[in-house]
Write a protein that binds this ligand. Structure first.
Ligand code: NOJ
Length: 562
């Protein structure tokens, strides 16, 4: 933890900050800035809103915040289409406010991680505009992945790659004469052209961007699409081009060539006092592949998406945890644990459905069957205790601490995710997990925007959210917010510096492990209550125990001695 007093540098880091390893066990809270808090009443969250809620986050008990992109952007993919990496989009504020936020967060004892988007820029980025003007064969085009088309007139796409959002991954541009000319690659939206990481200018520019923000005191970067930077020479066709994760030797996912880029970034992070950190967004096939990103000279941490993809079922849960711990131990990196983010349906709604008995590589969109939200919430509460008891670092996505469900009935017309448009309306998209936070009050905007706001929230909030606002949960015994606060405080008190982990033998269908000799976590995934070990004391439970002190189904407890 950052001390709350004492001497600090200009960005608010304590002078001589010695806690170089804070990231190894940090709990990081993800802020999706559009949807967190709107201070100026335009219906979109902003930096001033975040600044006004730092006290809430400090009280929640997290160690750091990760802020999704806040850079100038045409917002074709909610800011993941960046047109200037060295500034702030006016909808969020300005650079001075960003600097103030970093200082104030530090004063609250919170580190700040921001998003780096290196796989692609916006098509409005000056580089892409220059590439369009400069024409084939120019150094400007070399920063991106422009190719001639196949076929006699170049009218066929250069290869069969598909966009993650749907449709082909190539768009053809007109030449100077207005006739169709080269194609450019975009693994996401057409407005997000992929950069070519073989290009020296691209590498140098991102190094400068990383320093720009480290110089302003940010503590680290989350690296967007880290598994996508390197593409195979010759850009060969692939059999199944529309998958999110890598197969063996996939031409554009999880290629080893990108590791050198990360090594150069690590050297920059290590040259700062205190050292800065990275967390990779890397969708890969197995924990052993993920471990490559977090070797000692590469990145610090990477999101454990296997855990996010693991159903609420004891067999795959135990397997994912065991494989994660084993793979990270081989490289000496801390594992991370994550249940939700701005790209996936919220776990209350996921866990409120029938659970598979094995991990699936892609989460189904959740609306195929109605959710049992009471069951989903019970399981999510237990899942939170399980996650926060595991060794390493954990991520909380805004609203998770309130038990928010996915909003599944957003009308088509209000949805803004490019996935919806690019899939021709076939996919439901990610808007349902991005609905603005409910802070207080009994009607929308639930304190998200100030009184008298000129516009409603950019996505409508459900009528049913009055009882899940922060204010409604503040003093309600047994609320999800209370559970998170209690767990985070206990975690700080009991688990900081405890590396040990050992499985306990419990009835099949339950999970239990000790963390040192003083702390244990037991989770019941069976249909019947189970007994708890006698000499231990329940420190916190995700739900009420049975009258005779048994642990009911879909419930977790933390046990302590003494
Ligand atoms: C991953 C981000 O989390 C997601 O929101 C975005 O659409 C893609 N990368 C493309 O940048």
């Amino acid at each position: 933890m950052l001390p709350n007093s004492g001497e600090r540098d200009a960005a608010g880091h304590p002078a001589g900050d010695t806690d170089r390893d804070w990231w190894r066990q940090a709990v990081v809270y993800q802020i999706y800035p559009r949807s967190f808090a709107d201070a100026n009443g335009d219906g979109v969250g902003d930096i001033a809103g975040i600044r006004s809620r730092l006290g809430y986050l400090a009280r929640l008990g997290v160690d750091a915040i990760w802020i999704s992109p806040w850079y100038p952007s045409p917002m074709k993919d909610a800011g993941y289409d960046v047109s200037d990496y060295h500034d702030i989009d006016p909808v969020f504020g300005d650079l001075g406010e960003a600097e103030a936020l970093v200082r104030e967060a530090h004063a609250h004892g919170l580190r700040v991680i921001i998003d780096l988007v290196p796989n692609h820029t916006s098509d409005q980025h000056p580089w892409f505009q220059a590439a369009l003007r400069a024409g084939p064969g120019s150094p400007e085009r070399d920063r991106y992945i422009f190719r001639d088309g196949r076929g006699a007139d170049g009218q066929e796409r250069p290869n069969n790659w598909r966009s993650v959002f749907g449709g082909p991954a190539w768009t053809r541009v007109p030449g100077k004469d207005g006739q169709p000319e080269q194609w450019y690659l975009h693994l996401f939206a057409p407005e997000q052209p992929d950069l070519d990481w073989n290009d020296a200018a691209v590498r140098a520019d991102f190094e400068a961007t990383i320093r720009f923000w480290f110089d302003r005191g940010v503590d680290g970067f989350r690296i967007d699409v880290a598994h996508g930077l390197a593409k195979a020479d010759g850009l060969p066709d692939i059999d199944d081009a529309a998958v999110l994760v890598a197969g063996d030797d996939h031409p554009h996912w999880d290629r080893d060539e990108a590791q050198d880029v990360f090594r150069s970034w690590r050297a920059i992070a290590d040259s700062y006092t205190p050292p800065r950190v990275f967390v990779a967004e890397a969708w890969v096939n197995e924990p052993a592949r993920l471990a490559r990103y977090v070797r000692p000279d590469v990145l610090h941490t990477a999101f454990n998406f296997d855990y996010l993809l693991t159903p609420w079922h004891p067999v795959p849960l135990r397997q994912t945890i065991a494989e994660t711990l084993q793979a990270h131990a081989t490289v000496g990196a801390p594992p991370t644990w994550v249940l939700s983010n701005h790209d996936v349906p919220r776990e209350v709604s996921r866990f409120g459905r029938v659970q598979r008995d094995r991990l699936v590589r892609r989460l189904p969109e959740v609306d195929s069957q109605p959710a049992d939200l009471a069951t989903g919430l019970r399981r999510s509460r237990a899942a939170a205790l399980l996650m926060l008891a595991l060794p390493g670092s954990a991520y909380i996505y805004q609203g998770q601490e309130l038990g928010l469900p996915e909003v599944e009935d957003l009308p088509f017309g209000v949805k803004q995710d490019p996935v919806v448009r690019q899939s021709g309306g076939e996919r439901h998209g990610r808007d349902g997990c991005r609905v603005p936070m409910p802070w207080a009050g009994s009607v929308p905007p639930y304190g998200f925007s100030p009184p008298g706001a000129v516009r409603p929230p950019w996505l409508p909030q459900p009528e049913s959210w009055a009882c899940v606002t922060v204010a409604a949960q503040e003093d309600r015994a047994g609320s999800v917010l209370e559970l998170f606060r209690t767990a985070l405080a206990l975690r700080r008190d009991r688990l900081l510096g405890v590396d040990e982990f050992s499985w306990w033998e419990v009835p099949e269908g339950a999970l239990a492990f000790g963390r040192g000799s003083e702390f244990a976590c037991v989770v019941n995934l069976l249909a019947a209550p189970i007994a708890l070990p006698a000499p231990w004391r329940v420190m916190v439970a995700s739900g009420a125990l049975t009258p005779n002190g048994y642990l009911p189904p879909d419930t977790a407890v933390w046990l302590g001695r003494g």
